[in-house]
Design a protein around this ligand. Structure first.
Ligand code: RFL
Ligand code: PHB
Length: 395
């Protein structure tokens, strides 16, 4: 068995694991990142696309802003749609100048991987089966089994950044964690289309046939979503049917409708909410999707992952530089305050905009009143804007 050592062993090379490794490097703390998939797979996986102001500031302040500033699309507003009309929420005006930036998660991943490798970071892709050991004790370890051989990495701490389906959360003894979960009776059919965006901002549309979202990835790529059934068969959605439905739901009274283009990718994204408490057991710290899942309506998933590892990196720095464990002890409670507020907002956006199949007539009228309120009251729009651009990072 080959043995090695590191200060922080990180499982997963998604936004959480890579950003944590980058932060730790800046603080002079050694880490090793173990990733199950290939580098190419990580760099091509299409997922989130909206960066909060705080995530953009974090990437810039840690030296990762150059391509983001060139290629990222800064948006100072979003639109909500109702009854074939659009209503603009002026995010920047309502938040003292903050904005969101449309920059694909896979671009963030590419930038982070390139930077970690340029800094001689130890990133190990295509790891075989990874397991965690001794997390309740003083010196935990990670084992990687591949081709009949096993590597062991001794660590001071382990960061479980391995997403919703990872192995870190299930390694925690039963009974040590509480899971809070809520499911939604719908999912999203998402497409990526080779089409120049024909609107400057995102459009979240409420429609009697179901919610639709108009988003983008670059000056030549449009990203669109349709509310569908949770167990929807993607093969039932021909390109023609998909475009017809998008035109029906997104088309506006002023004649605007999305521009069509070749569909490059089509997939179903599930909708669920999950929070694990606490986000720590012994020397194992969970971050990002390993600890919580939000429905995508609030565009919070990747941003929460970045916020978690910011808190964790500061706490590890305090441990190594000031010999203080207070921040590590507060890691979970600090993160959970933000996580629950993001759950609140994501659930609220989801229930505001989706077709609620089983809702009573009363509930549907109430939903329309809520949409009317948020599109006509500056106070209500300001609350949406404050949450959408991202709440301040607190330590
Ligand atoms: P990630 O990005 O899932 O990264 C986890 C990494 O861990 C690896 N891994 C393992 N490595 C070693 N050993 C194991 N046993 C491992 N098990 C897993 C995985 O290969 C992966 O590389 O988690 P992280 O870093 O916490 O980042 C979270 C974000 O990725 C996530 O919140 C968002 O992408 C969620 N999400 C979306 N959020 C949005 O805000 N808007 C979206 O449009 C949006 N679309 C999506 C999404 C998530 C999706 N998933 C997870 C199914 C679309 C999809 C399809
Ligand atoms: C996306 O562009 O993929 C996207 C944008 C906003 C969301 C969810 C997904 O709320």
């Amino acid at each position: 068995m080959a043995r090695s050592e590191t200060q922080v062993g990180i499982v997963g090379a998604g936004p959480a694991g890579l950003m944590l490794s980058h932060w730790l490097h800046l603080y002079g703390i050694h880490s090793i990142v173990l990733e199950a998939k290939t580098r190419q797979h990580c760099e091509e996986r299409i997922r989130a696309g909206v960066l909060e102001q705080g995530s953009v500031d974090m990437l810039r302040s840690t030296g990762l802003g150059s391509r983001l500033d060139r290629e990222g699309m800064r948006h100072e507003g979003i639109e909500l749609g109702l009854n074939r009309r659009r209503y603009r929420i002026p995010l920047s005006e309502l938040t003292g100048g903050k904005a969101i930036t449309v920059y694909g998660q896979q671009e963030v991943i590419k930038d982070l991987i390139a930077r970690r490798l340029a800094d001689r970071g130890d990133l190990r892709f295509e790891c075989g089966e990874v397991s965690v050991h001794g997390i309740g004790g003083p010196r935990p370890s990670l084992r990687v089994a591949r081709d009949g051989a096993e590597d062991e990495i001794h660590c001071d701490f382990i960061a479980g950044c391995d997403g919703f389906h990872g192995i870190c959360r299930p390694s925690i003894p039963q009974g040590a964690l509480t899971e809070y979960e809520s499911a939604f009776p719908f999912a999203w059919l998402g497409i990526l289309a080779q089409a120049a965006p024909s609107r400057d901002e995102l459009l979240y549309m409420h429609h009697e046939r179901g919610f639709a979202l108009y988003s983008m990835r670059s000056p030549s790529l449009t990203r669109l979503y349709l509310q569908c059934r949770p167990n929807e068969d993607v093969d039932l959605w021909s390109d023609e049917r998909t475009w017809n439905e998008l035109h029906t739901r997104l088309g506006c009274a002023d004649g605007w409708r999305p521009t069509e283009g070749k569909i490059l990718q089509k997939g179903i994204t599930g909708m669920r909410s999950l929070v694990i408490e606490p986000m720590q057991f012994g020397r194992l710290f969970l971050a990002g999707d390993a600890a919580h899942i939000v429905p995508p309506t609030g565009a919070k998933g990747m941003n929460l992952a970045m916020a978690d590892v910011y808190v964790l990196a500061q706490a590890l720095r305090a441990h190594y530089q000031d010999n203080s464990t207070a921040q590590l002890e507060q890691y979970s409670s600090l993160c959970l305050r933000r996580v629950w507020k993001a759950q609140r907002f994501s659930t609220w956006m989801t229930m505001l905009l989706h077709r609620l199949e089983d809702a009573s007539p009363f509930e549907r009228r109430r939903q329309l009143a809520e949409l009317d309120y948020v599109t006509s009251s500056r106070a209500a729009a300001a609350s949406l804007a404050e949450n959408y651009v991202g709440l301040a990072m607190e330590l």
